[in-house]
Structure formats: structure tokens, C-alpha cells
Design a protein around this ligand. Structure first.
Ligand SMILES: Cc1cc2nc3c(=O)[nH]c(=O)nc-3n(C[C@H](O)[C@H](O)[C@H](O)COP(=O)(O)O)c2cc1C
Length: 223
């Protein structure tokens, strides 16, 4: 194959991927009615999470944690906590996304894996571990929370798209009582519940929504 042919193959693959990605993006809607007879296997949820967690995060600290609820009894218990939003009882699984406010305590694992993969030397990793632990553990609580909430938002979006790519639907939910979720699952203050994400097979399509025109929201070179 000549260089031009290789370039052209890569170009075509890129175009093909763009079309697929576009389809995934444009077909995602918040779905609030689910076929409750459908089960998603733990394996499939793990695959979706694997893809979603390719998301970037501050210093690659990956502060996201996922509490996956598939037990029908627990889903029923979540119903009043989520102000009786029916999707919580009907979706195949409810993924509660938590932010770990002590995510830096896993930095040795994160950077250790980079050493093992040959991406950095032990010396560089030791520096990263020391610096990130010092920095994140001494941040003002509000700033730390901001970082953790921001990063969990990034993973949540990827999760919704990864699920859509596999033919599943989701609805991001902020409408639930965080304290009651913490109480139900005995979650300590180390973890901050951010989004609740029902996932399953749609029983009815999500209603269409509009977006602001780009002219209203994008500003080039000056605001
Ligand atoms: C942070 C956040 C919280 C939300 N909370 C709820 C919720 O509690 N219940 C619900 O039905 N939809 C909720 N939504 C979904 C929005 O209503 C929906 O994303 C928006 O109307 C756009 O529609 P689309 O997702 O179909 O594009 C939430 C969305 C976000 C991003």
C-alpha cells in the first residue's frame, strides 16, 4: 500500500467513525419510560463503564465511583427518594454516580499502573503521587468539590453516549434527595452523589427538545 493509499484509508475510517458518532449523539434523548422486563448484564454494564471512564479528569485522578443498582427491591426504595420519578423503578439499572472527595488516595494505584504500562518511570510517578496528594488533600473543600463534580459530569456524559452506542437509553437525573441515597446505602461523607442515571431499553421515545442557536451562545474573539 502506498502512503497515499494509507492516508486515504485512515481518512475514510475517520469519516465512517464520524457518521457513527454523529448518529449516537443525535439519537440520545432523555428517556423516561423503560421496558422493565429487560435486564442488562453486569458484563455489559462493565463494558459501558470501561468506555465511559476513558473520560479525562483533573490530573487523571478519576474521582468517579459508580453504584449500580439492579435489585428490584432497592429500585423501589429509590422511587420516593427520586420524588416518584417512575424511570427509577422501571429502568434495567440505576447508576448512581458518586464523586470521591478523597480520590487522591488512589493516586499510587493510578500512577503505579502508568509505570507498569511503561508510560513513566517510577521516579516520575513518585513525584506525581506526592504532588497530587499534597495538592488535592489541602484544597479548600469548595474547590475540591468543584473539581470532583466537574469530572463526574464528564464521565456521566460519556456514559450516556456509550450506553446509546449499545442501543440503551438513559436519563440524567439531579432530582433526588442525596441525603436519603446516602442513608439507604450507608454512604459516608467521603462520597458525593452527583447524578442518578437510569439505563435500559426505551418503552417510549424521549420527547424532542430544542437547543439555543449557536449565535446566542458562541462568541468569537470577544464576548
Ligand atoms: C444535571 C441534570 C439533571 C436532570 N435532572 C432530571 C430529573 O431529575 N428528571 C428528569 O426527568 N430529567 C432530568 N434531566 C434531563 C433534562 O430534562 C434533559 O436533559 C433536557 O430537557 C434535554 O433533553 P434531552 O436530554 O432529551 O436532550 C436532567 C438533566 C441534567 C443534565
Amino acid at each position: 500500500m502506498t502512503t497515499t493509499q494509507i492516508d486515504s484509508t485512515i481518512h475514510n475510517q475517520t469519516n465512517h467513525n464520524e457518521v457513527t458518532f454523529d448518529k449516537v449523539l443525535n439519537s440520545r434523548r432523555s428517556v423516561r419510560k423503560y421496558d422493565s422486563s429487560v435486564a442488562i448484564s453486569e458484563e455489559e454494564i462493565r463494558e459501558i463503564l470501561e468506555t465511559a471512564t476513558k473520560a479525562p479528569s483533573s490530573s487523571n485522578m478519576q474521582p468517579w465511583r459508580f453504584l449500580v443498582v439492579t435489585d428490584p427491591e432497592l429500585k423501589q426504595k429509590l422511587l420516593p427518594i427520586a420524588f416518584n420519578q417512575q424511570q427509577v423503578a422501571e429502568a434495567s439499572a440505576i447508576i448512581i454516580i458518586l464523586g470521591d472527595l478523597e480520590m487522591y488516595s488512589l493516586s499510587d494505584k493510578i500512577y503505579g499502573a502508568s509505570v507498569e504500562a511503561g508510560y513513566m518511570t517510577e521516579e516520575v510517578a513518585a513525584n506525581f503521587i506526592a504532588n497530587s496528594t499534597k495538592m488535592y488533600s489541602t484544597l479548600p473543600a469548595e474547590r475540591l468539590k468543584e473539581i470532583v463534580v466537574f469530572d463526574t459530569g464528564l464521565v456521566a456524559m460519556q456514559l450516556m453516549l456509550a450506553a446509546r452506542a449499545k442501543g440503551y437509553d438513559t436519563v440524567p437525573m439531579g432530582g433526588y434527595n442525596r441525603d436519603q441515597v446516602k442513608e439507604l446505602f450507608n454512604i459516608s461523607d467521603r462520597y458525593l452523589p452527583t447524578l442518578m442515571l437510569p439505563i435500559g431499553k426505551a418503552a417510549a421515545v424521549g420527547h424532542p427538545t430544542t437547543r439555543l442557536p449557536i449565535d446566542n451562545i458562541a462568541f468569537f474573539n470577544k464576548l
